[in-house]
Design a protein. Structure first.
Lengths: 116, 434, 281
């Protein structure tokens, strides 16, 4: 059994987009495999947006991103009960700063294990 | 008769700095003026009591009028005298200092802690009294009196109802010593003075919205670590959680009759707009689309909602007629238009509009379709319109700080309300109060 | 065992910059349709799923589970339908606008023609051989649609008051239509030499020239305000701007002269504060 601790847990997105990028597929599949084999494990998917645009729209965008990851896991045999989705919109940036570099790090979904 | 103020379309040229009221946490800097403001002098009000008053009423009136950009206020240093009654007014003196309109007043103790405030407005050129009124108040309410006087003068000179006696709410985020954020929902006078905290939380607070009687606020709080919508009574401070489904609970907006809240829920899979009947506790779904539907607000007639949707690939403003459920798109210029608010006359939409990679406040004339970008700063959001339709307050960035900016609907007048501490965001302008 | 293969869903952006994926790529074309970009913003992404295998692993290409591929496909389809919907909305809006404009144009033409016919009729009935050319030539100028006088500058609306003409010119400044605005303000100066807004017109001419970096012209316009309208409310600002223009022209002495003028003659003006700041630079 591989250790999920070594897998990527932050997935990045393009501006106003919620398409899961190919670079994350392998790690997501590995997370999915682990969750499917461990029905007692559960995760929380926290969606975020960068500060550009309006707050409530970004709240929706953060959720759509988290849901995109959630669906990916579900079609890979993860039970919906093991997943929780929450959006923080632009309220909790990973990086403070008003430039391209900060923005690209803030458009993200963080996958957090609630129990393993 | 009364000279209506000639309001000039103007671009920037003048940079005024108004003196900061000593007690205010938010101070106002006027960053732009109109082309030909009307000269007005507000003489310090005479005070016949013994102890000093806690507020300078004339200064409050002076600052209120200055902030509109429509008036050029004579500084006290240049006044040839401080008349406080009609028989002390020498019109010739005021003509010499190029004053078109003159405000004088006096305050006297009335016993039982009450004060009587009398004020008069004169047309200097016609040597005519336009207004004379008296009001009484406790000394704790002198700021209210100042705003009231400013409202009366503004109305007399422009023909528009003044909105100085209104309030604003906004959210601040402050990083504390423990590196944690403290979010506060603040209530203040329309000039930013007398701020007080309505709610404090370690988790985000968002989207404050006034009920149309000005007595209640709805907002989103993450205090339980998940978003929920609360309604809080301002007088009693009592609050109630009205909605906390799984997923998003956001963007509450009161209906004009105060009975309903439009809001956004994603309980059915993705963000959709619902109407919650607060009296019958009934929830009705309004939109059905797999795209994002959010940021609803009511048209003043209560017949429709306007909202942001990216059902067309990019966020744009749509209107849904509630009876027929017919949906029409309202904005077509640019790749990003969001969070629209309609003026009370239903003519204009204020919104966030993206041009060239940055986000500005823009106004669209719904009759002609014409869109005007009003601001130059880059990350402007959350426009909220004064109840008299004269000004838009919005959130902007200056350096690394979030602060509030104001702009007139024609873009000619601008001011800023910088906060002493923390990041200021999401202003919401109250309706007329009382 | 840790899966090493990476799988790729590529949208249009990745297709265009295919160089990003250096490895050989297996492409499942579900729709080879060349969406010709419809010259609109937000062109439609091609509906294509690509599976790329990575790192020289000779593993079976496209290791994505079928349901994952289906999911990605549905998402792409949804995105594409949204974009198409957006384009449809924009185009029907454009169409509607063109229809109304056409109707307006027709009505305008109709008005002009009936005006022509009306003005031609009496002359032929009375004079018989009356010259029809004169009224015909004159008519369009009167009957034309009411353009704001300022639009081409030379045709000022003399009938309207100076306020309207001034505001029209000003609107052009707001729209940053600088050349038309110059024409409009010049026409204003010509047509309303007595206007109390004359100084304002000169001032704004100066502002526009300054914005266009036509420094000499800006200097001339601001000078008119300072020299001929010294008591006007715009004089202080004009003097300050002259200080600025001379500074940009490299004439420090003249620049200081005007800034000092602002400080002495218009000490209480907001321009004085700016003048002080400029001097201290």
């Amino acid at each position: 059994m591989q250790d999920v601790a070594n897998l990527r847990t932050v997935f990045y997105f393009d501006f106003d987009k919620s398409v899961v990028k190919a670079e994350g597929f392998a790690d997501l599949e590995a997370h999915a495999k682990y969750l499917a084999l461990n029905p007692g494990a559960s995760i929380r998917l926290e969606g975020h947006a960068d500060e550009r645009g309006t707050r409530e729209y970004n709240m929706a965008l953060g959720e759509r991103r988290a849901k995109a990851i959630s669906r990916f896991l579900q079609v890979n045999n993860v039970n919906a009960d093991q997943l929780e989705v929450i959006s923080y919109g632009e309220e909790k940036p990973a990086v403070l700063g008003h430039d391209r570099g900060s923005w690209s790090q803030n458009r993200r979904v963080e996958l957090k294990y609630v129990s393993r | 008769m009364v000279g209506k103020i000639r309001i000039w379309w103007a671009v920037l040229a003048l940079w005024f700095i108004a003196a900061a009221p000593a007690q205010a946490e938010l101070t106002i800097e006027i960053t732009q003026g109109v082309d030909e403001p009307t000269p007005v002098a507000v003489v310090p009000f005479a005070w016949s009591g013994s102890q000093a008053l806690p507020e300078d009423v004339a200064q409050i009136v002076h600052n209120d009028l200055a902030r509109t950009g429509l008036f050029k206020l004579l500084s006290r240093d240049n006044m040839l005298g401080f008349p406080s009654r009609a028989d002390q007014v020498y019109f010739r003196d005021w003509r010499v200092s190029n004053t078109d309109f003159l405000v004088i007043g006096r305050i006297a103790p009335q016993g039982n802690g009450q004060l009587r405030v009398e004020f008069e407005l004169y047309d200097v050129l016609k040597e005519q009294r336009l207004l004379a009124e008296q009001v009484s108040a406790g000394s704790a309410n002198l700021r209210d009196i100042g705003h009231y006087v400013a409202d009366m003068i503004y109305q007399k000179l422009t023909g528009l109802r003044g909105a100085f006696s209104t309030r604003i709410v906004y959210v601040t985020a402050e990083k504390m010593a423990d590196q944690q954020y403290r979010y506060r929902l603040q209530l203040a006078d329309s000039d930013g003075a007398r701020p007080r905290t309505i709610l404090e939380s370690r988790e985000p607070i968002m989207s404050p919205a006034w009920s149309l009687d000005g007595k209640k606020l709805a907002y989103v709080s993450f205090e339980t670590s998940r978003p929920a919508i609360y309604v809080q009574d301002l007088a009693s401070g009592k609050r109630q959680k009205v909605q906390s489904f799984r997923g998003l609970n956001g963007a509450p907006a009161w209906s004009p009759d105060g009975q309903k809240l439009a809001l956004v829920l994603s309980k059915d899979g993705n963000p959709e707009i619902y109407i919650l009947d607060l009296v019958r506790r009934q929830l009705t779904r309004v939109t059905h689309h797999y795209g994002i539907d959010t940021e609803p607000s009511w048209t003043p007639d209560g017949q429709s909602l306007i909202f942001t949707s990216d059902r067309g690939g990019l966020p744009q403003i749509y209107r849904v007629h509630l009876a027929s459920r017919e949906i029409s798109r309202l904005t077509f210029e640019g790749a990003y238009n969001a969070r629209a608010r309609m003026t009370q006359d239903g003519r204009f939409l204020a919104m966030v509009h993206q041009t060239g990679g940055s986000f500005h406040i823009a106004v669209q004339d719904l009759k002609t379709g014409r869109l005007d970008v009003l601001t130059e700063t880059g990350l402007d959001e959350s426009p909220t319109i004064a109840p008299n339709g004269s000004m838009i307050l919005y959130a902007t960035q200056e350096g690394v700080r979030g602060l509030l900016g104001g702009v007139s609907l024609d873009g000619s007048v601008k001011f800023r309300l910088p906060a002493a501490k923390g990041d200021v965001r999401e202003p919401a302008w109250s309706p007329y109060l009382q | 065992m840790f899966p090493v293969s990476r799988h790729t869903l590529a949208t249009l952006a990745l297709l265009v910059s295919a160089g990003v994926f250096a490895d050989e790529v297996q492409v499942i074309e579900l729709n080879g349709g060349q969406s010709n970009g419809v010259a609109n913003r937000g062109s439609v992404p091609e509906l294509t799923i690509q599976s790329a295998s990575n790192g020289g692993q000779g593993q079976a290409a496209g290791g994505l589970s079928q349901s994952t591929e289906l999911l990605l496909l549905v998402q792409q389809l949804q995105d594409e339908v949204r974009l198409l919907r957006g384009q449809l909305e924009a185009q029907s809006h454009k169409l509607k606008r063109m229809e109304t404009e056409q109707l307006d144009r027709y009505r305008d033409l109709d008005r002009r023609i009936s005006f022509l016919m009306r003005s031609a009729a009496p002359s032929s009935s009375v004079g018989g051989a009356a010259p029809t050319v004169a009224p015909a030539a004159k008519a369009p100028a009167d009957a034309g649609p009411r353009q704001p006088a300022a639009v081409n500058g030379s045709v000022a609306n003399i009938d309207g008051n100076d306020l309207q003409a001034y505001q029209d010119a000003f609107t052009l400044v707001r729209q940053r239509a600088y050349d038309p605005a110059i024409g409009a303000f010049k026409a204003f100066v010509r047509n309303y030499p007595q206007s109390e807004r004359l100084a304002n017109a000169h001032y704004w001419l100066g502002e526009i020239y300054l914005a266009q970096q036509k420094l000499e012209l800006a200097r001339d316009s601001f000078s008119v305000v300072v020299a001929q309208h010294a008591d006007h409310s715009k004089a202080a600002d004009a003097a300050y701007k002259l200080g600025k223009v001379y500074a940009e022209l490299g004439d420090k002495a003249k620049s200081d002269q005007y800034l000092d003028l602002v400080l002495s003659r218009y000490a209480d003006s907001s321009a004085a504060r700016l003048a002080r700041e400029l001097k201290n630079q």
